[in-house]
Design a binder for this molecule. Structure first.
Ligand code: UDP
Length: 432
């Protein structure tokens, strides 16, 4: 089986935790590798870009990565500038020169059609064909519809986040109107939509009038070998941290992640004498949201407690989860919450908002605590309960690891392969 995965707006191999790169990157890397391990041939298509790739041991092939020139706004795409990287056995990542190399998400919608046309032309030239297209995020969804129709193969869409949910989350996020309308169109015209949780499935049915029979729940997974507990003292030594109480926050620094709630929660903790809060994600210097957080921390008088570390390469994340006493995820909304699952896999309890995917991932009073959204004082109380009670942390941590072990990528990929097979079979039946 040959599948094309689309990740138009962000290259999955760029470092997560910065700008638009986050859980979707990790999802695509792992899903693609696990599909290839099951014998599928996987090509990922993304845009060209200037961000450095986050990884070691990458082998590049095909044309060298392109120079600094921008693609022409109109006219045929020059395929001499396509670059191809083999990111894991059986997985090729194609960079397609469409649109400016550096562009905000808001400016990309106008380029999706051209992205699809460029892939079609490239595949024709190379004699490549696919049995199925799976798009990720709404921008890729628009391109996926074109590819599915042109190639006469099933198109599967995964949104990762949805405009209607973001707008209702009360985090003050704004989205271009074209996003929700495109999402609607993708939901209506795709052969299947993959949701991360039952909650997301409900949202797709309620707000997007999705046909429930076409929405399949396949939650993301975790690499249980990479993400396993290390000795806490050793992990802290590796990171140059001392023996304080450590609370960890991991995420792209955007309002939806509840960064304001995090700081207000810390400010309302009674005993901060021995406390350190590590913020992983963003750029420690020159990031607007981090600058805003620094200002709020100063205003709340907690600057000395918070360390902004910037983004960390993914393979180093297990050190942080293992060093921490607890991970806090006070998001206004989270379609899944991979950071929570990774922490759990490392045996670290999680205090999280009772929203979206987090409300099923974290088991309240067993693997961590769920907190009603937007209650900083309750976060503070829950964090304090865990910080002062080593036995509670140990028992939550053990239960968390156990739960995470039921969510490995291998099982996730198997479910996805079964879905692909059904859809390809149905497509063949329809054409017969
Ligand atoms: N991450 C990382 N380095 C960072 C910050 C985050 O590798 O500096 C990874 C983190 O380990 C997780 C992903 O980015 O795998 C974040 O996924 P999550 O679902 O928590 O958030 P999203 O970005 O999808 O909103």
């Amino acid at each position: 089986m040959r599948v094309a995965l689309l990740s138009f707006h962000v290259c999955p191999w760029t470092r997560p935790g910065q700008r638009d790169a986050g859980g979707m990157n990790i999802y695509l890397r792992n899903m693609a590798a696990s599909l290839a391990q099951r014998g599928l041939s996987v090509d990922i298509y993304t845009r060209w870009h200037t961000a450095p790739h986050d990884g070691v041991g990458l082998s590049t092939s095909g044309a060298a990565p392109t120079g600094a020139a921008l693609a022409p706004a109109e006219g045929p795409v020059d395929h001499r500038t396509v670059s191809r990287v083999e990111i894991s056995p059986g997985v090729r990542l194609w960079h397609i020169p469409v649109g400016p190399k550096q562009a905000s998400k808001a400016r990309l919608a106008q380029h999706t059609e051209r992205f699809a046309r460029a892939i079609i032309a490239l595949c024709e030239k190379q004699g490549q064909s696919y049995d199925l297209v799976h798009s990720h995020y709404w921008l890729s969804g628009a391109a996926g519809l074109v590819l599915g129709r042109t190639w006469q193969v099933p198109h599967v869409a995964t949104f990762h986040t949805l405009a209607e949910v973001k707008l209702r989350s009360r985090a003050g996020e704004r989205e271009p109107p074209v996003r929700a309308s495109t999402e609607r169109q993708v939901v209506a015209s795709s052969q299947a939509v993959v949701a991360s949780t039952e909650h997301e499935r409900g949202v797709l049915v309620q707000y997007y009038q999705a046909n429930p029979g076409r929405v399949h729940v396949v939650p993301p997974g975790v690499d249980g070998v990479l993400f396993q507990a290390q000795d806490q003292r050793a992990a802290r030594r590796t990171l140059g941290l001392d023996g304080q109480q450590l609370v960890l926050f991991v995420g792209r620094p955007e309002p939806l992640k509840g960064t304001d709630l995090l700081l207000r929660a810390v400010a309302s903790m009674e005993n901060r004498q021995n406390l350190k809060v590590l913020v992983v994600g963003g750029s420690a210097s020159g990031d607007r949201q981090i600058a805003r957080m620094r200002r709020l921390a100063r205003k709340l008088g907690i600057s000395q407690v918070i360390d902004f570390l910037g983004s960390v390469p993914h393979y180093q994340m297990p050190h942080y989860y293992s060093a921490a006493d607890v991970l806090v995820m006070p998001s206004y909304y989270e379609s899944f919450g991979l950071a929570a699952l990774e922490a759990m896999s490392c045996g670290t309890p999680v205090v999280a908002a009772r929203v979206g995917g987090l409300s099923t991932l974290v088991q309240d009073g067993r693997t961590g605590y769920l907190v009603s959204p937007q209650c900083p004082e309750v976060y503070a109380q829950r964090l304090e309960m865990l910080l002062v009670n080593r036995d509670l942390r140990a028992s939550f941590g053990a239960a968390a690891r156990q739960r995470a072990m039921g969510m490995r990528w291998s099982a996730v990929a198997q479910n996805m392969v079964s879905l692909y097979q059904d859809l390809i079979g149905q497509g063949a039946g329809d054409r017969a």
